[in-house]
Ligand binder design. Structure first.
Ligand SMILES: [Zn+2]
Length: 399
């Protein structure tokens, strides 16, 4: 999410579009700092017997936040309160089963345009119901209560908020200033990204080697000796429901991913990213990457079709109205053009200064929760359980 008007380039959502190395059944990808996407840690995540303690259903806040706050005690307390309120709000709409651990840092991010960022602390590969392996955010994997699961990171979500911004806290009971941002709204938005509201498609490959963006791909998976063998591009579970429209033809993210996986024989070894990218770009399948970039930057050309049985039945437009493509804002949000003035405003890419969450709720039709029906349906589709969607699709893990 970015902000508009004078703060038009405030970057809120540098997400985790970044892991380049191995994801296999025994290995997971940690993103220690969502602001430093090139720093990825490939970790062994051996099969682990589930020892999660039973969490009482009447728990009002399933989010346990570790705060790293160097501000005054008074300010740090307001931040804690905002996280606590956001955790309670999400716990009201999702039927969570396990505690979600958040590592939150409030510090000067040395970038006046940045509000903050958050994302899954670990991605875990699991097999979806259609037998395709996808990356799942750890916060979601925990909710599946698998009897054996890949080993977890200590944290599920990493969040960083910029202490140098002019924040407004609703707990102050004051009027928001025209250049202030509602901290609580930002936390809610970011925690939902941390739950896995993130696409795998990005311009990571070209960005890594300082090339202009000409196409998008999902995360490439590498393994074998020295993590040098290409093992295929990997979607996030979010992407299972994403569709790209081009010249009136609709293609699923899954189909595009499978076509891109024909670009280079699985098992081919590469010494460098440059070498790998050159090979992919010289293949006829690179046009798929170009097509996705075209859809991701053309209004109404990117949609999310909720899973069967979720609480929202219609197709949801994702953000494809930004040109040029903007990693962190494009794709991984609902369309601002369609939903800014609806109950689903929370997950649009931008936030206006001087607007409180309460005002945005009223402007959106005064829905009972800041988490609108489309947002909820996207979370349900990924596998989160809600009151109206009690039997989510559980992926499998075969160690
Ligand atoms: Zn965002």
């Amino acid at each position: 999410m970015k902000s508009q008007s004078i703060y038009s380039s405030l970057l809120l959502c540098i997400l985790t579009f970044t892991h380049f190395l191995t994801i296999t059944a025994e290995r997971c990808v940690d993103i220690p700092d969502p602001l430093n996407p090139s720093k990825q840690v490939i970790v062994d995540c051996p099969p682990t017997v589930n020892s999660d303690a039973y969490v009482k259903r009447q728990t009002t806040n399933f989010f346990e936040v570790t705060h790293n706050c160097t501000a005054t005690a008074a300010l740090c307390n307001k931040i804690k309160e905002a996280f606590n309120d956001a955790g309670k709000e999400i716990s009201k709409v999702l039927e969570l089963k396990q505690i979600i651990k958040v590592n939150a840092t409030f510090t000067d991010l040395i970038n006046p345009f940045l509000l903050g960022s958050a994302g899954p602390a670990r991605y875990i590969p699991l097999t979806s119901d259609d037998k395709i392996i996808r990356s799942y955010p750890q916060a979601l994997v925990k909710q599946f209560s698998l009897s054996t699961h890949p080993e977890y990171n200590d944290y599920d979500i990493t969040a960083r908020l910029n202490a140098a911004q002019n924040w407004w806290f609703r707990t102050d009971n004051g009027t928001i200033g025209s250049d202030q941002y509602d901290f609580y709204a930002v936390i809610l938005h970011e925690l939902i990204h941390g739950l896995g509201f993130i696409s795998s498609w990005s311009n990571l490959l070209e960005t890594l080697v300082d090339q202009d963006t000409t196409g998008l791909t999902p995360f490439p998976d590498f393994g074998g000796d020295n993590d040098s063998q290409f093992e295929g591009f990997l979607e996030n579970i979010f992407d299972k429901y994403v569709k790209f429209t081009r010249n009136g033809v609709v293609s699923t993210s899954t189909d595009y991913t499978s076509q891109l996986n024909e670009s280079v024989p699985i098992g081919t070894s590469f010494d460098t990213v440059e070498e790998f990218l050159a090979r992919v770009k010289s293949s006829p399948q690179w046009e798929i990457a170009e097509f996705t970039l075209e859809s991701a930057t053309t209004n109404d050309s990117l949609t999310f079709t909720p899973a069967e049985g979720t609480s929202y039945k219609e197709v949801i437009y994702l953000e494809s109205g930004l040109y040029p493509y903007d990693q962190g804002s494009s794709i991984s949000h609902v369309s601002e053009k369609h939903y800014e003035l609806t109950p689903d405003f929370l997950m649009t890419w931008s936030q206006d200064p001087g607007i409180t969450l309460e005002f945005a709720i009223q402007r959106g039709g005064n829905h009972s929760s800041p988490i609108g029906p489309r947002i909820l349906s996207i979370l349900e589709s990924m596998g989160y359980e809600t009151e109206s969607f009690p039997n989510p699709i559980i992926p499998t893990y075969e160690p």
